[in-house]
Design a protein around this ligand. Structure first.
Ligand code: ADP
Ligand code: ZN
Ligand code: ZN
Length: 739
């Protein structure tokens, strides 16, 4: 046996590992991630390396290969812990070791530091004014005049602004600094907008419900008992307060904590709460950080300069040596799943990292994922329920509107009579309204406006997708049909895609209520206006009556002034070609409803749907998560979908459509020959991926479903070996488990 060994953690080294022979007596113990000692270079100096993979055959001749000298016993460096985690991820999610390492460790790369330089006056105001006078009078000194003017007007000046907008040169600024007229100070832009927060909050006294959970978890922590928990409590029930109490206990005992928050909720509002509680022991990761900033944050964490890392998915890999706790808030969020290799889910990795390093894991959600709730039911997670909202807020009334009835009553607009009436009286009472259009699957699915039937695949029970050529395709099996012109269930001709986007709705609203002040928040408006935070804050300040948006407005924002939430089409997410469509629908309705009546006044939620009998919609309207869980789980069991079954997705991509098609066919035949339908594996596809063509690259996918996880991983390994024979080089193949 041979091992691929990297000798330092740089990009180059990961891409080009060295091959070593594994002595027979070590064979049992060498696995990916194992730290080993190897002779290196012509002098044969023995240095430390890490095993990234095993192979039975070496690519170079045997006499040029050296033996591994030995295994590094007992080492505790964070890099090694992370490599063990990477090795596990490779196995678990079917990625390459390189991808897994890249994910777990920010490998050394060229780093540029992002800094902010500020220009201030280096002299008194009088001197600067004199200098300005002189510059204005003299010739060819207009640039200097602009500098002095700006400084006198604003007191200070951003250096990059001075360069770009005032068109000053770096040389000029340097000269002015030498003359002592200006001063330039440069700081690392790591803390971003939070550096200004210096005040600390006073933690509120926990409610009895919160106290019970805090006590239970902290007493486990104190007893040195590692456990995993699920806190199931609706939005606003006080989960974040619980996390903060436990994190506080954790760092008081000398440990460190990771707090994951979905990227979309990583707003000023949420983050500043942690800063106010924990001050500068908090480090923040987000996707807007540059590579250099990321590396800075990483080093800060590694050097023990911070105790708490807050961030999205990637913060999970914070190099804390003394990790005691990982919290995943809103654990059901889709952004916790990585779309690129390794296609991991933060929850699985957190549980693994926690187990490896003796850290506890807390998952929290108002609408737990099926995966987590099933684990809780099986006793794998300790379940805590948190009921009731804090303060005076009460649950809103829920009104379910059957849009098919509206059509019968000749109402073809996007607003039901009930919703119109409610909007009318909120506007009259000067209370705020949130209108929410769920755009997932928008306009790519076809449904009947008279009876609500959605065109679904007869083999997979997921919505089929309408393609531009007019055909409808199932992305799970490739089954396709001509787009129907009448409803297969009731024969109605009112069948089609849903035509309205948020912009159209805004126009309709203004037609009916020209006086209404409307803020629109969707990916288009965010891109144009720059900041989502800004729009949300404007709405919070009461600068608009109606906030209209896509799912981005339902996440975690508190607007005490809102008393009406309208969900314009609750079913849209049901029509997305996704096995978790029901779960997403339940979750979106529950979250949207949670936005109504956060203040003292009682709120109301109007849910419009063409499918009022759907269990996801009914149970969401009733706030009955457990009822939903039972039905949804039964469906997953019947279909062999996760978490009941496991799936392997083999994704193939190429610029050459023909070659790709042929390779996909060949590979699926290999899979079928290995494991046909008679065995415990069901092979589906090949089918076009849900987005077939991206940037001129075509994508196909083959799914394998089974209840046998171990067997599926073995299949993955075997397939990887055999793929080489049937898949030409220009086709890229990726494997992902547990999708
Ligand atoms: P969740 O994370 O479940 O959405 P939060 O912890 O954010 O809930 O709490 C919702 C609101 O209630 C916040 O404004 C928070 O400051 C407040 N809150 C939470 N716990 C308490 C408490 N024990 N006493 C007073 N206010 C609280
Ligand atoms: Zn119909
Ligand atoms: Zn199908």
């Amino acid at each position: 046996m041979y091992a691929d060994v990297i000798v330092n953690l740089s990009v180059k080294s990961i891409d080009r590992p060295y091959t070593y022979r594994i002595p027979a007596d070590l064979e049992e113990r060498v696995v990916p991630g194992t730290p080993v000692m190897v002779p290196f270079g012509s002098g044969g100096r023995v240095i430390k390396g890490f095993v990234t993979g095993l192979r039975t055959r070496a690519a170079i001749s045997d006499d040029r290969i050296k033996d591994i000298s030995g295994i590094c016993e007992k080492s505790n460096e964070i890099e090694e812990k992370m490599l063990v985690l990477a090795a596990w991820m490779k196995e678990q999610f079917g990625s390459t070791m390189n991808d897994a390492i890249r994910c777990c460790l920010p490998v050394k790369d060229k780093i540029e530091n992002k800094t902010v330089s500020t220009i201030t006056a280096g002299c008194s105001r009088e001197i600067l004014e004199t200098a300005l006078g002189e510059a204005r009078a003299a010739k060819r000194t207009a640039a200097r005049a602009r500098l002095y003017e700006a400084l006198l007007a604003g007191g200070e000046l951003d250096r990059s602004y001075a360069l770009k907008e005032l068109k000053l040169t770096a040389a000029l600024l340097k000269k002015e600094e030498e003359k002592g007229l200006i001063r330039i100070t440069t700081v690392d832009e790591v803390r971003g907008p939070y550096k200004d927060i210096t005040d600390r909050d006073v933690p509120p006294e926990p409610t009895p419900g919160q106290r019970e959970i805090i006590d239970s978890i902290t007493s486990d922590l104190r007893a040195g008992q590692r456990s995993d928990y699920l806190i199931f409590g609706e939005t606003g029930s006080g989960k974040t307060e619980i996390y903060m109490n436990i994190i506080s206990e954790c760092i008081a005992s000398g440990k460190q904590a990771i707090m994951l928050i979905p990227e979309i909720s990583l707003t000023y509002q949420t983050v500043s709460r942690f800063i106010r509680r924990f001050g500068d022991r908090v480090s923040i990761m987000n996707s807007r950080l540059s590579k250099g900033e990321r590396y800075d944050q990483y080093m800060r964490a590694k050097n023990g300069e911070t105790d708490i890392m807050i961030g999205p998915r990637s913060a999970l890999f914070a190099p804390f040596e003394r990790l005691g706790l990982i919290v995943i808030d809103e654990e059901h969020e889709t952004s916790y799943r990585s779309e690129s290799s390794p296609t991991y889910h933060a929850r699985d990795v957190a549980l693994k990292r926690g187990a490896l390093e003796g850290a506890s894991v807390i998952l929290g959600s108002a609408t737990p994922s099926l995966e987590s709730f099933a684990m809780a039911k099986a006793g794998r997670l300790k379940l805590f329920k948190l009921t009731g909202r804090t303060g005076t807020a009460v649950h809103p009334d829920v009104c379910l509107v059957d849009m098919r009835e509206e059509l019968k009553r000749k109402n073809r607009s996007m607003f039901s009579y009930a919703l119109r009436e409610q909007i009318e009286n909120r506007l009259a009472r000067k209370e705020q309204i949130m209108l929410f259009l769920n755009r997932r699957g928008y306009s790519t699915s076809v449904s009947c406006r008279e009876c609500g039937t959605v065109i679904k695949c007869p083999h997979c029970d997921v919505a089929m997708t309408l393609h531009r050529d007019g055909r409808m395709i199932c992305h799970y099996c490739g089954y396709n049909i001509e787009r129907p012109t009448t409803c297969p269930a009731c024969g109605s001709r009112y069948i089609g895609t849903f035509g309205a986007g948020t912009q159209k709705i805004e126009e309709e609203l203004l037609k009916v209520w020209p006086q209404a002040r409307i803020l629109r928040l969707d990916s288009d408006s965010v891109r144009r206006k720059g900041s989502m935070d800004e729009t949300l804050r404007a709405f919070e300040r009461g600068e608009a009556d109606i906030l209209l948006g896509t799912q981005m407005i339902v996440k975690g924002h508190d607007f005490p002034g809102v008393t009406l939430v309208g969900i314009l089409l609750a079913d849209l997410s049901l029509y997305s070609p996704d096995l978790r469509a029901g779960e997403r629908t339940f979750e979106l309705i529950a979250q949207a409803s949670g936005r109504a009546g956060r203040g003292a006044k009682k709120g109301m939620v109007v849910i419009q749907t063409y499918d009022p009998e759907n269990y996801a919609i009914i149970s969401a309207a009733k706030r009955d998560y457990e009822g939903f869980f039972e039905e949804e789980m039964a469906y997953r069991v019947a279909m062999g979908y996760p978490p009941a079954g496991v799936m392997l997705a083999v994704s193939l991509s190429s610029e050459d459509e023909k070659v790709l098609e042929e390779a996909s066919k060949q590979l699926s035949e290999v899979v079928r020959r290995l494991y046909d339908d008679r065995s415990r594996f069901k092979v589906i596809g090949p089918a076009k991926a849900s987005i077939y063509k991206i940037k001129d690259v075509y994508h196909m996918v083959i799914y394998v479903k089974t209840y046998d996880g171990r067997g599926l991983r073995a299949l993955g390994d075997e397939l990887r070996d055999r793929a080489k024979a049937v898949v030409p080089e220009e086709v890229r193949v990726e494997y992902s488990f547990n999708i």
